[in-house]
Design a protein around this ligand. Structure first.
Ligand SMILES: NC(=O)CC[C@H](N)C(=O)O
Length: 311
């Protein structure tokens, strides 16, 4: 297939999203997110050749929330490798991101690293023997390195507002602690989790951070972030589990590995072709960006980038 002409495609999608009538609902269960303007929409596409195309509010910073779970998983696999899969599964859950229902029958082993329970186990791994502040600093260094951007930081207001109200996550961490699948104090794993969710990035920064996943694990500097096999598997997990109980719908409509967050961001990967970030804060019923999903559907259709091919 010929190279798509990205600049007009992306500009048209941003224009269409401005006029979209159904923008979803901004997450309000985390007070720090409730104030975000639902009119926002941004998109950034970084291609394998290193060109970047942006439109809309692509430079505006937002809370990446659960998109951070991709970077945290990458770090955890670097620390303990496949031993991680003894503590976290790799099956889609078919349940909401913050669900506790499967954990009792499955003895404290979360279905996958992208639901909250799985991400909290990943945080427990990333604590290793470090203090939570050191572990969050390591993750921040990692995303800054991936994006080649030292300005990426954490929105402390979002982190502390979630720490004050994240009772379900507290319950998940304690429940898994009871099964011996959280090794540190639950408060420490949660502190890391709330801070990693509060990393703030723009679409451009997020698309830059995802480049290793489109490039068989390679950083643009030529360094290997992960092996090609590991990049392939992280992409597979994003495809199967990245949108919780809407992962099937996302695969059906878009056909790319993707990871969403309740801040309204989505990172999507077209392997070998592009790293894509979209952001629009209004969410659908499953907590994924309503317009972000629609924009990716149009992008996949107009570029033919779905891994299943076909427009
Ligand atoms: N889906 C999400 O982005 C959820 C992340 C959010 N910090 C939470 O734990 O509820």
């Amino acid at each position: 297939m010929a190279e798509p002409d990205l600049a007009p495609i992306i500009a048209a999608i941003a224009e269409e999203m401005k006029a979209a009538p159904d923008r979803g609902t901004v997450a309000s269960y985390i007070p720090g997110l409730a104030r975000i303007d639902p009119a926002r929409f941004g998109i950034a596409v970084v291609t394998a050749s290193g060109e970047a195309f942006t439109a809309g509010d692509a430079e505006m910073s937002f809370s990446i929330q659960s998109v951070s779970k991709v970077f945290a998983l990458t770090l955890a696999l670097g620390k303990i490798g496949d031993a991680l899969w003894r503590r976290v599964g790799r099956e889609p859950s078919g349940t909401a991101f913050n669900s506790i229902v499967q954990l009792e029958a499955e003895r404290g082993i979360p279905r996958n690293p992208f639901i909250n329970a799985g991400a909290i186990v990943v945080c427990d791994v990333n604590l290793s023997r470090a203090r939570p502040v050191e572990a969050v600093a390591e993750l921040l260094r990692f995303v800054r390195y991936l994006a080649e951007d030292e300005t990426i930081g954490i929105d402390r207001m979002v982190a502390s507002s979630e720490a004050e109200t994240g009772f379900r996550n507290v319950a998940l961490a304690n429940f898994m602690r009871a099964y011996g699948n959280i090794l540190h104090a639950p408060e420490e794993a949660l502190w890391l989790y709330f801070n990693q969710c509060a990393i703030a990035m723009s679409c451009t920064q997020l698309a830059m951070s995802g480049r290793y996943l489109m490039a068989s694990g390679r950083h643009p500097s030529g360094a290997s972030v992960v092996s090609p096999g590991r990049a392939r598997r992280i992409n597979a997990l994003m495809m199967m589990c990245g949108h919780y109980d809407a992962s099937g719908d996302f695969a059906f409509r878009i056909g790319l590995p993707g990871k969403s967050g309740v801040g309204g961001g989505i990172l999507a990967i077209a392997p070998g072709k592009a790293s894509i970030a979209v952001w629009s804060p209004g969410l659908n019923a499953q907590g994924n960006s309503q317009l972000g999903t629609l924009a990716l559907e149009r992008l996949a259709t107009r570029t033919g980038w779905s891994i299943f091919e076909g427009s």
